[in-house]
Design a protein around this ligand. Sequence first.
Ligand code: CA
Length: 226
Amino acid sequence: MRILVVEDEFSLADALREILKKEKYTVDIATDGQDGLDQALTGIYDAIVLDVMLPLMNGFQVLRNLRDEGIETPVLMLTAKSELDDKVRGLDCGADDYLTKPFQTKELLARLRAITRRKGEIESNIITFGDLQLNTGIGEISCTTTGKSMKLGLKEFQLLEFLLKNKNQIISKEQIVEKLWGLESDSEYNNAEVYVSFTRKKIKFVGSKVAIKAVRGLGYTLEEGK
Ligand code: CA
């Protein structure tokens, strides 16, 4: 699990990093709101710990921007004790939970587990083929042998999902173009080739042996590989 901590107090950010690393989370730190938003927009995080009072952009603005961009990463907001309205405002902006400073480590970890589990329940639609898994909720592929994962772009995701759902068939470029761009589109068949090539690279990057095999004159099919 990868966690983004957005916190401008260096001592607290450092402490959080140590605590979370001990629990086997991978941790990235942002120390202002703008940097936090930029990192969060990558969509690669399983959860975000977000402070309210931050330089450049406060936590509420970060959260609202994030949700406006369609990023649904669970967010645990850190609010100061004196800011009683903060928790309400935070939940209004789309936070999944909040924690009042100062907090206990145990409490933080429990809340994090709860929000990541909640997210997992909604997005547990995993398609497996060979050593490759596609999480259709977050559009991410992972390899069951290397443990590596990677986010797919929208077209790459649609392409791979299409191939996986028709895994024992040969899919023509025409079908791919129709599926990804619609019947009425002017997209050329080489657009299909371009996205096949992008998707192949990502499958290779995560270390999977699955291959999108070209069948000459007919199209593409998935192979598990050895
Ligand atoms: Ca702060």
